[in-house]
Design a protein around this ligand. Structure first.
Ligand code: AMP
Length: 372
């Protein structure tokens, strides 16, 4: 999950799919447990917002039930100027039935109160309300809310059926309103030896960004013989990736050290799909995002040559042995290369020809950076 933009506003991740599913299942079970045996309730969803919640809730409800949807439509009275509200869509005879209203979110309770009053007139046996989300800080009514999935702060939320001016209903997660991102965060991407580190050194000054190279941080830890360094060394020496959990935690710590940065150039991170997802989630929680992945595209044979050449002076043991170098490419091709698709799917992938002089390539990258 990462930040989304709907019309003019930005929204950051708030409740993920798994959590929503847990809440909805729990609600369905609780409602079922309270019903007398053999009671067949009528669930009435309040459109439009509840359509995803209602669908999931009803699927999770174990027992017979009927389902209906209503919409509260307002029209101008012909004589008075007051808004008259009418419930559209209820055709069933509700006499002596157990009616359970399904709402996506209850805030002030204004709409709900009108709906409640209309149903109360229909001689129902029981009228109950189940809502996915509830905002206790703004609720101003005396109505009983029988089942609450989750109480939330008074923030504007979208996704999972909820919209902002018509958009956002189709997202499977829930997002909350946030301020526009302030940072420029760029992933500098490419296989080992593509020149990411070299380019990042120029770009960080040109754009006033903080450069984080996970490889450099690992090497720093190895040099200082920290616990992290000792752990990472065994993987790095063999040209293997360091496990995700270790790398992700280290990356987060590096970002937290620079809270007032204008943004970051991530070099050598993410290198796996789960690192990319963790980075999106981590930045999303801060109301920030990855603006783009800029990839240096260089043929593999040229890279092996470059790395062996670099190994003569870099002092890096993983640069001197062709077998280890090949293994690093193997890791890249099997675990890292897929990230092109990941960022392309978000419309954030920018491939750049990485063959040429250092200056030429900086120039090519900066053309892209300027647009991000
Ligand atoms: P680099 O300096 O980016 O070429 O990285 C050197 C080595 O550090 C890699 O071969 C890995 O063993 C380790 N490493 C650096 N970044 C990561 C990462 N994001 N995930 C896992 N391992 C990494």
């Amino acid at each position: 999950m990462s930040i989304i933009k709907l019309h003019d506003l930005h929204f950051s991740p708030y409740i993920d799919k798994e959590k929503i599913a847990t809440i909805v299942k729990h609600l369905a079970r609780t409602v079922k447990a309270d019903l007398p045996e053999n009671e067949v309730p009528i669930f009435v969803g309040i459109l439009n917002g509840c359509f995803l919640f209602a669908a999931d809730f009803i699927r999770a409800f174990e027992g017979n039930c009927e389902v209906s949807f209503v919409k509260l439509a307002s029209y101008e009275g012909t004589k008075s100027s007051a808004n008259v509200k009418e419930l559209v869509g209820i055709n069933e005879d509700l006499t002596n039935r157990t009616v359970i209203i399904l709402e996506d979110v209850i805030d002030t309770g204004n709409t709900l109160q009108e709906i409640y009053a209309i149903f109360k007139d229909k001689n129902v046996k029981q009228l109950k309300i189940a809502t996915l989300l509830f905002k206790p800080d703004v609720f101003r009514k005396e109505l009983p809310i029988d089942y609450i999935g989750l109480s939330i702060k008074d923030k504007f939320v979208v996704g999972y059926g909820l919209d902002y001016n018509g958009l956002g209903r189709n997202y499977p997660e829930i997002y909350q309103l946030t301020t526009p991102p302030k940072m420029k965060n760029i992933v500098l991407f490419g296989p080992p030896g593509a020149g990411k580190g070299t380019q990042a050194e120029f770009l960080k000054d040109m754009y006033n960004l903080v450069h984080i190279s996970t490889g450099d941080v690992f090497r720093f830890n190895i040099k200082n013989q920290t616990e992290l360094g000792l752990l990472a060394k065994q993987y790095m020496d063999a040209g293997n990736l360091v496990p995700d959990e270790v790398t992700i935690n280290m990356l987060k710590a590096e970002v937290e050290k620079n809270t007032d940065a204008n943004g970051f150039i991530f070099d050598g991170f993410p290198r796996t799909q789960s690192q990319a997802e963790a980075l999106d989630a981590f930045l999303g929680e801060k109301g920030e995002q990855i603006n783009g992945m800029v990839a240096l595209e260089v043929p593999e044979d040229l890279l092996v040559e470059r790395l062996l050449e670099r190994g003569k002076t870099s002092g890096r043991t993983d640069d001197t042995d062709e077998g280890k170098i090949r293994n690093r490419f193997n890791e890249y091709n099997t675990k890292t290369a897929v990230l092109k698709d990941y960022f392309e799917a978000q419309g954030k992938y920018y491939g750049i020809n990485g063959v040429g002089s250092i200056k030429e390539i900086t120039q090519r990258i900066s053309v892209v950076f300027d647009t991000l």
